[in-house]
Design a protein around this ligand. Structure first.
Ligand code: CO8
Length: 264
């Protein structure tokens, strides 16, 4: 559809922002299209998503500067909310989302990658929050998620200086989990997604929720969140079969086989 393509390969969904003529910059239409694609993911069959950008140069080069250039204060705030709503949808999406960052991830591009669960990138990737050089703050969650991911001191330095960093530095400061040659990036993203997809889907979902929700509250409340989500896994087919399979293996190693988790 429009500026966003969607493809399903077995249990993996691949979402590609496709506006290469503007280095996949996020205008209102791209945000609407992304929202719609996420709403239409078949959660019965898809167990992990990959988000990437079309072309070999850019993941997402930010929010659309042309569109933003004439906004009033109220329109600026509304545009920020539009992006934030989509990015929160990604962050709280029931299944894991892997950002395969294949080039520029600047401003809104860095921000959308940070709303994903995991970031991996190509060697030519470049991350940054250049907003203060344009007279604005990061507005799609950058001031919040960068500080949470890499610590307040490093986030403040990157945001105040508007300095872009290359893939190796992004890896060193923990912004990405791994760096690959560009031609290997998607294969590596799919490999990671299929490893996740082989595990019990309800358990993976509950892990995502426990980590996300637990990070927002104090440790006592966080532990209670974990307890409830842990308890929620029991009596599921996947819990019973996953554990029975382990016990069968102990009994007779020849019975070793991977569990066909059913998402129920
Ligand atoms: N918005 C709109 N168009 C863009 C953007 C963008 N962010 N980035 C690139 N493009 C367009 C260019 O205008 C150009 O179009 P055209 O061919 O029609 O002139 C095309 O993409 C190719 O770009 P370049 O010719 O500039 O390619 P280069 O390889 O020379 O440079 C760069 C690549 C370094 C990535 C350069 O394009 C650049 O600096 N882009 C802007 C990066 C940036 O500053 N991003 C942050 C934007 S601000 C933001 O994201 C705020 C998010 C929060 C919003 C809150 C809402 C209120």
């Amino acid at each position: 559809m429009g500026f966003v393509n969607y493809e399903q390969k077995d249990a993996i969904g691949i979402i590609t922002i496709n506006r290469p003529e503007a280095l996949n910059a996020l205008n209102s239409q791209v945000l609407d299209d992304l929202n719609e694609v996420f709403d239409n993911v078949d959660l019965n069959t898809v167990r992990a998503l990959i988000l990437t950008g079309a072309g070999e140069k850019s993941f997402v080069a930010g929010a659309d500067i042309g569109e933003m250039s004439t906004l009033t204060k109220a329109e600026g705030e509304a545009f920020g909310k539009k992006g934030n709503d989509v990015f929160r949808k990604i962050e709280t999406f029931p299944i894991p989302v892997i950002a395969a960052v294949n080039g520029f991830a600047l401003g809104g591009g860095c921000e959308i990658s940070m709303s994903c669960d995991i970031r991996i990138c190509s060697e030519n990737a470049m991350f940054g929050q250049p907003e203060v050089g344009l007279g604005i703050t990061p507005g799609f969650g950058g001031t919040q998620r960068l500080a949470r991911l890499i610590g307040a001191g490093m986030a403040k330095q990157l945001i105040y200086t508007a300095r872009n960093i290359k893939a190796d530095e992004a890896y060193r400061i923990g912004l990405v989990n791994a760096v690959y040659p560009l031609e290997e990036l998607m294969a590596q993203a799919e490999k990671l997604a299929s490893t996740i997809a082989k595990n019990a889907p309800i358990a993976v979902r509950n892990c995502k929720k426990a980590i996300n929700d637990g990070l927002q509250v104090n440790i006592d409340e966080a532990i209670v969140i974990e307890e409830k989500l842990f308890g929620d896994c029991f009596e599921s087919y996947d819990q019973q079969e996953g554990m029975a399979n382990f016990l069968r293996k102990k009994d007779d190693p020849k019975k070793v086989k991977s569990v066909d988790f059913q998402n129920k």
